[in-house]
Unconditional design. Structure first.
Length: 225
């Protein structure tokens, strides 16, 4: 099942703000013209009113009108961009993406991820935890520096098959001095749902959710089977 939240509603709401501002400006301008007409009718012919002030106010009204028009066009452009982004996101459904995260999706009994060590380690292991933080699996890990691809068959330390869902991947690595080494982790998952609002577009890989801006690669799902 796919989920797509329409972003056009927010864009329409933003545009309505500009329309309301334009309506308010028109009302104020009509009031200004009415007052100007009354003042001109009642001015002293021997001491006519200075037209500079009226001219300045007309210029100000024109500037505000132009600004409102520019805002309206910008809001429409943003709305179009959001719709296009949502359309692109929907195209991800069914595709396997790679994203920066320590949360890996177990889908169809398998999880794929990568880890990168900045330097060679004396010892290294991959720890898998469930949603409660309980360690459910320990996997061997490469100790050489660089990027390493890995997978987990979804079985716990007792060989039992675990249910699909979100699990945490942690790489525990030590250097020759016994100091902990940092690692960068990316995970793979098949996109199952899409959701978007006025701020961001979300991609769900089963129970693991990421934002579209964190997608690193898109792969053929079959290549990771």
């Amino acid at each position: 099942m796919t989920t797509a939240i329409d972003t056009t509603g927010t864009a329409a709401a933003d545009t309505s703000k500009s329309l309301a501002s334009g309506k308010k400006l028109a009302e104020n301008f009509d009031t200004f013209l009415t007052m100007l007409t009354v003042q001109l009718k009642n001015q002293d012919p021997l001491s006519p009113m200075d037209s500079n002030e009226f001219t300045n106010q007309l210029v100000q009204f024109a500037n505000v009108e132009q600004q409102i028009a520019a805002n309206t066009n910008l809001e429409k452009l943003i709305g179009v961009g959001q719709v296009n982004l949502k359309a692109q996101a929907i195209a991800y459904i069914g595709q396997t993406i790679e994203t920066e995260s320590s949360q890996v999706p177990l889908q169809d009994g398998k999880a794929n991820f990568s880890y990168t060590l900045g330097e060679e380690a004396r010892s290294a292991a991959v720890v898998i935890k469930d949603a409660s933080g309980k360690v459910v699996a320990n996997l061997p890990a490469e100790t050489t520096s660089g990027r390493h691809e890995a997978s987990w068959d979804g079985r716990d330390t007792n060989g039992n098959k675990l249910t699909d869902g979100a699990y945490t991947v942690q790489v525990v690595a030590m250097n020759g001095e016994g100091e902990s080494l940092d690692s960068a982790i990316t995970v793979y998952g098949k996109v199952t749902d899409v959701a978007s609002d006025s701020k961001e577009t979300l991609l769900a890989m089963g129970k693991v959710v990421t934002t579209i801006d964190k997608v690193l690669t898109v792969r053929d799902t079959a290549s990771l089977q």
